[in-house]
Ligand binder design. Structure first.
Ligand code: XIL
Length: 377
């Protein structure tokens, strides 16, 4: 194995062999480095012994077509979230049809392998099918929304740990009262679309935990502070009016070296949410490395530090009960393509715990260490 001697910057004597790249890492003091070789305990088990669920989003094509990936998914994960199979754009090819095949396969796969299953997502402004804007009007919107939720949630009732009932409904920049996002649902039904969605889901599956899911709630920036305030206002409105909601989903799509992170600011927000009687799930975690250098060693270190600083902060809040990454291996990250910003050096991003060869990266070690050092729930 090629050994990479410590450089002036990272110099030092102690070293850790990084199995996945066969490289010797220069002296670094991060506490997770030794985990990459020491224990083999997968993330699901490290999380479970602290009362936390760990899992990831994936899709039926990856699990069906890539047995090596499927094996690693089953080794590391205890929760499966469908990346796109339950979104309107995939599920509803036309107003009369539900294309349940791929989602059915994923639910059966989860049940067969003892995985929890998270439903994602019932109501979103994005991923709407082309017919939606031609067919749905103010007169039929409530009927179409209720029928969709009832049909989908009843189908999987009893097999779903939690549903992302409403996704990304807040955007203060749209200057709508309550900081709500302008969306087809808001235009068609007013802000009550949110309550309608939660009540309908609760009626269809009284055992599923019902979640409001949101992104960009993480950093100590003015924009994300405004979003945190608006989300809290929404949650307070829902809880005070008795709407059946059980958790806030924090997507946690993070960016290394981009914005100021203040653990106390984030923890204060999470405690405000918990004081409403809600749990918190970290639902879509990944770390963009666009602002890190080309060197894989430096990028993986920067991504790992971002996972560590975020997870060690949020796991201090006992109501944080689940951590999910949006993908498990860089091989299938949604951040490669889909029109996402490409790194200036053109190299593929590396946002997830496993690399393209399905080997554990420093990020895996940082997540593992965060679970290991968390207090039990
Ligand atoms: C993403 C999927 O991963 C992509 O495959 C798809 O092209 C776009 O949507 N927030 C969400 C997820 O709630 O549903 C999104 O998933 C990522 C951002």
């Amino acid at each position: 194995m090629a050994a990479v001697a410590g450089t002036g910057v990272l110099g030092g004597l102690a070293a850790v062999w990084n199995r996945s790249h066969g490289q010797q890492l220069a002296d670094r003091s991060e506490p997770w480095l030794e985990l990459l070789d020491a224990e083999d305990l997968p993330l699901v088990e490290r999380a479970a012994r602290k009362g936390v669920l760990y899992g990831a989003a994936t899709n039926h094509r990856a699990l069906q077509g890539d047995p090596a990936f499927a094996a690693r998914f089953l080794q590391e994960c205890g929760v499966l979230v469908p990346e796109y199979e339950l979104k309107w754009s995939k599920l509803r090819p036309d107003p009369e049809t539900y294309h349940f095949g791929p989602a059915d396969w994923l639910v059966e796969y989860a049940v067969a392998h003892g995985l929890e299953f998270r439903g994602h997502t019932l109501v979103w402004h994005s991923a709407l099918p082309a017919w939606f804007h031609e067919v749905v009007t103010k007169d039929n919107a409530e009927r179409i929304l209720v029928e969709h939720i009832r049909t989908v949630v009843k189908r999987y009732a009893g097999a779903v740990h939690s549903w992302d009932v409403v996704n990304e409904a807040v955007l203060p920049g749209d200057s709508i009262p309550g900081g709500l996002r302008r969306s087809p649902w808001l235009d068609l039904l007013g802000r009550e679309y949110i309550e309608i969605a939660f009540w309908t889901a609760a009626e269809a599956d009284p055992n599923a935990r019902l979640v409001y899911n949101e992104f960009e709630l993480d950093y100590a920036t003015r924009a994300e502070e405004a979003k945190r305030r608006a989300v809290l206002e929404l949650l307070e409105r829902l809880v005070s009016s008795g709407v059946p909601i059980h958790a806030l989903g924090m997507q946690a799509h993070l960016r290394a070296n981009r914005y100021r992170f203040d653990p106390e600011v984030l923890q204060a927000f999470l405690r405000d949410v918990a004081n409403l009687g809600l749990e918190i799930y970290i639902t879509e975690m990944d770390v963009r490395d666009h602002r890190l250098p080309t060197s894989i060693r430096e990028r993986d270190a920067g991504v790992a530090r971002t996972y560590w600083e975020y997870l060690s902060a949020v796991l201090e809040v006992p109501q944080v009960k689940a951590v999910l990454t949006w993908g498990l291996s860089d091989r299938y990250t949604w951040l490669r393509g889909n029109g996402h910003a490409v790194r200036s050096d053109g190299t593929p991003v590396r946002p997830l715990p496993l690399d393209d060869q399905l080997e554990r990266k420093e990020a895996w070690g940082a997540i593992a260490r965060a679970f290991d050092t968390a207090d039990p729930r």
